[in-house]
Design a protein. Structure first.
Lengths: 443, 444
């Protein structure tokens, strides 16, 4: 244990001492500086300097990015990677007591594959079986670290809500699962009621605690109310300490949730997927919610029949803070979120910077981590992606990815190390065969 | 009313008399024929649905519509070699899905006759420059996807059609009604997960079946398919000999073009081992094979090359199921096929992603495929593999005018398709998605 701790401190110390200069790149800063030619100095995990010319300190690692493009690390506002086991606590439709943080699998290969696509931070959520799902967590893709080491320290925690077909369907017996018990709710009306009932309870619960807290503060002796972990989460929502990320598709259900939030005095931080967000962009903007959508998904189920690839652009033009997410389980779509964002150039005519903001600065703002990441600015975390070409090009590939100034992905190293890894794998398989052989085939 | 009638008469008159009223001259464009080098600043004449002239000086017939295209590019319309377009509208709603009929051997089924010309997906796909596609009956494990097929495996799903993505009826959309017989080749469900074969693990969670059991099942399935093809061959002999007691059988009749090698068999085979067995199967039964949606080639690349068996590669926007594989395995597969000399085209194997066909080709280029080969794999190669290259797939005199006018490289995202022609007719660049965009931008 002590040894491990010591090693950790040593590792941290080496990380802290790292100084890197990325030279002669085209930098998409996603800041007031726009897109510029220049260099970036990284020190102690932070961006220390950006300019046309940056002096290289002695002993600094130099990355020559001549002809290459640099942009802020990609932030994915909706993923299901690195989750060990099932995604839904589907026995109840309000499961705000469960926390995805408890089941993070830091060895999920999806983390590395997301890194290879330039993703540096990701919001990890439960599935969408429940009207009120579980507590969410923001991770940094620090591949190689343990679960705690991956958590984006200081990021505001969230809770997943889900509207429409998925929570409804979880109430209906399905083909292949005909014996599943009926579970309320089974309609959009029931989903609305389920969420209202939960907040009705949460408001009463909060009042109980507020009374107790006030009593304690004024020096009175008082008995603490009983903790309810399900309602504790919703109390945090009412207090603005926890973000609501709501899975939704249709305009009616989006509006419905906005009105519940209005009635109970809380905010929806983001509408997720939100494929009909363009129909109620005005209401989403007025509520102050963000929208995190798919670039061009459509037609896979009834509630996305009115999906349009122009959704992100329409919402953006109507004043909504928009991000583009992957909803990825295996990291596939995380491997190309730059071009997913660029689809808003094709569908809606956004600029390169506005399009790429949908996978960098905008999701950072939606997750409340824009003081740390999302743009290339002095003082922010050195979470940086280097591409060989313009990141809105389908021909561009990620070359290197830095998180906290430390290199977590390097394409050249990945490619050159393949033969050795394959040889190691074959050796292990041989060993496995031999041990199985010596057991005489007994099982 | 009367005036309207007069117009109709006038139009009808003109349709017979004004020979050039359907002619279009696209002027001063850069033409990328795919089968030849780029021709800069030339004009292209479309008449009677065909490309009739390309050159620096093309005289437009009287009445031809002139399209000024200075600075624009002309490419052949793109071809998606793997879809279920027209057969499947909303994947999760079975009533809207017509793929995956019941039955193990169903060669008599035709995808074409179930194509709904008004499927919203046609317009969504074609506004991105895709003008034709293979549409599959797609049962079993592979094929075009979208369908929730029967629980029992399906081996022969029926006949895939090569269609244009525009027309009033499926007959008008048809280019080839039986472009291929779809055979879903069995595979051995091996060990899933870490270090395993990457085949799908059973959903029961009780772990995969032992290899010996899986192999036994696999052998049985292959035997069944062998027997069906043997029966078809026997039928062919009896038919030719007009044997006594011969009775016409629709299943067997449908197999005849396959046995005569007039129609290829699109064999879905994902793994190296299944490709190996599929090649042997094709040889044994003297059929023409196209290998569909392989996820690896390995040593089979050379075998495919030596036997001139073409391949339809799936999306490069994909990941290997095997976590030990390099992250870019699916992206580098096209380059691997190219280096081995294997002829291939791309299919998206999903209606939803069909419009992203050129971006899948571009991703293959990013990971090592020469650019021209990427372009060919979504145009001429597809036409050649499916036997329609005299009709479409490149910009050449005499071919059907299936083409797009763009403001840039169609494989790049920010590029806009400016005009689209299918069989010489300009198709409006709109879709349900574009209409919703226009309508809701107006909401105050």
């Amino acid at each position: 244990m002590t040894k491990k701790l010591l090693f950790g401190i040593l590792a941290l110390a080496t990380l802290r001492a790292e100084v890197t200069v990325i030279r002669n790149a085209t930098i998409v800063t996603e800041s007031g500086k726009g897109t510029m030619k220049g260099s970036i100095l990284v020190r102690d995990g932070k961006i220390a300097e950006i300019g046309e010319n940056v002096l290289t300190p002695d002993g600094a690692t130099v990355i020559d990015a001549n002809g290459q493009w640099v942009m802020p690390g990609i932030i994915d506002c909706h993923t299901h990677i690195a989750v060990d086991g099932n995604m839904n606590e589907a026995s109840v439709s309000v499961s705000s007591m469960v926390n995805i943080k408890d089941v993070i699998d830091p060895e999920d290969i999806a983390i590395y594959r997301a890194l290879a696509g330039g993703v540096t931070s990701a919001n990890v959520l439960h599935g969408s079986a429940n009207s009120i799902g579980g507590q969410t967590i923001v991770l940094k893709m620090r591949w190689g670290q343990d679960a705690d080491g991956m958590i984006f320290e200081g990021a505001t925690p969230g809770v997943k809500f889900a509207l429409g077909e998925n929570p409804k369907r979880s109430g209906n017996p399905q083909p292949g699962n005909g014996n599943a018990p009926l579970r309320y709710p089974a309609t959009r009306m029931g989903v609305e009621d389920t969420i209202r009932q939960a907040f009705n309870q949460a408001v009463a619960y909060k009042a109980e605690w507020d009374t107790y807290d006030a009593a304690v503060k004024s020096g009175q002796k008082s008995v603490a109310p009983r903790k309810d972990l399900k309602l504790e989460t919703l109390k945090e929502v009412l207090e603005g300490k926890r973000y609501v990320h709501a899975h939704c598709y249709r305009a009616d259900e989006i509006l419905m949730l906005i009105r519940i939030a209005d009635d109970y005095g809380f905010k929806i931080r983001t509408f997720q997927h939100v494929m009909e967000g363009y129909k109620v962009a005005k209401e989403i903007a007025a509520h102050g919610a963000g929208a995190s959508t798919f670039s061009d998904w459509f037609g896979f189920k009834m509630e996305v029949f009115d999906a349009t690839a122009y959704n992100a652009a329409i919402m953006q033009k109507k004043g909504v803070l928009v991000s583009v997410n992957s909803d990825s389980l295996n990291g596939e779509l995380m491997g190309r979120l730059n071009t997913e964002a660029a689809k808003s150039m094709k569908y809606g005519g956004l600029s390169r910077e506005d399009a790429l903001a949908m996978v960098t600065l905008n999701p950072a703002r939606q997750l409340g981590v824009d003081n740390r990441v999302g743009s290339i600015e002095v003082g922010k975390d050195a979470d940086i992606v280097i591409y060989d070409k313009d990141p809105v090009s389908e021909f561009a590939k990620v070359q290197k990815v830095l998180i906290d100034g430390h290199k977590y992905f390097d394409r050249d190293q990945d490619v050159s190390g393949r033969a050795a890894r394959e040889a190691e794998k074959q050796k292990l398989l041989e060993m496995e065969k031999r041990t199985q052989g010596s057991r005489g085939g007994a099982q | 009313m009367r005036a309207g009638r007069a117009w109709v008469v006038a139009l009808a008159f003109c349709a017979t008399m004004c020979a050039a009223d359907d002619a279009v001259l696209i002027r001063n464009a850069d033409v990328y024929p795919v089968t030849a080098t780029v021709m800069k600043g030339v004009s292209l004449l479309i008449q009677d649905g065909k490309i009739v002239e390309i050159g620096a000086k093309v005289i437009a017939p009287k009445g031809a519509k002139i399209v000024e295209a200075k600075g624009m590019r002309v490419y052949p319309g793109m071809i998606d070699s793997g879809t279920t377009l027209g057969l499947s509208e909303i994947g999760a709603e079975r009533v809207t899905v017509d793929t995956g009929e019941l039955g193990e051997f169903m060669p008599q089924l035709k995808a074409l006759i179930a194509v709904n010309p008004d499927s919203a997906t046609f317009a969504v796909t074609r506004v991105n420059g895709i003008t034709s596609a293979m549409t599959y009956p797609a049962g079993g494990r592979g094929g075009g996807g979208g369908g929730r097929g029967a629980a029992a495996p399906q081996f022969i799903a029926g006949r895939a059609a090569f269609i244009r993505l525009s027309g009033w009826t499926w007959e008008e959309m048809e280019i080839l009604r039986s472009a291929a017989m779809q055979l879903n080749f069995p595979s051995i469900a091996g060990r899933g997960g870490r270090g395993g074969e990457g085949a799908e693990a059973p959903e029961s969670g009780r772990g995969p079946a032992p290899f010996t059991e899986a192999k036994r099942q696999y052998d049985q399935q292959i035997k069944k398919i062998d027997e069906f093809f043997d029966a078809a061959r026997q039928y062919q002999k009896e038919r030719t000999a007009n044997a006594p007691g011969f009775i016409k059988d629709l299943k067997m009749e449908a197999m005849l073009p396959v046995l005569e090698q007039k129609e290829p068999v699109a064999i879905t085979a994902n793994r190296e081992r299944s490709i190996h067995d599929a090649i042997l199967f094709a040889e044994k039964h003297h059929i023409r094979a196209v290998i569909v949606q392989p996820h690896e080639l390995g040593k089979m690349a050379a075998e495919l090359k030596s036997r001139n068996i073409p391949v339809i590669l799936g999306r490069t926007e994909a990941l290997s199921e095997n976590e030990d594989d390099p992250y870019d395995k699916e992206m580098t597969l096209p380059a691997e096929a190219y280096k081995a000399g294997v002829k291939f085209a791309f299919g998206t194997f999903s209606n939803e992603w069909s419009r992203n066909l050129p971006f899948n080709a571009a991703r293959a280029v990013a990971f090592g495929l020469p650019y021209e080969e990427g372009l060919k794999a979504i145009t001429i190669n597809a036409a050649e593999i499916w036997g329609v290259s005299s009709e479409t797939g490149s910009i050449e005199k005499g071919k059907s005018a299936d083409l797009i006018v763009t403001d840039g490289d169609p494989m790049e995202l920010p590029t806009q398709i400016k005009r689209l022609y299918i069989k010489g007719k300009e198709v409006e660049l709109t879709s349900r998605q574009v209409e919703l965009y226009r309508r809701y931008m107006e909401r105050q």
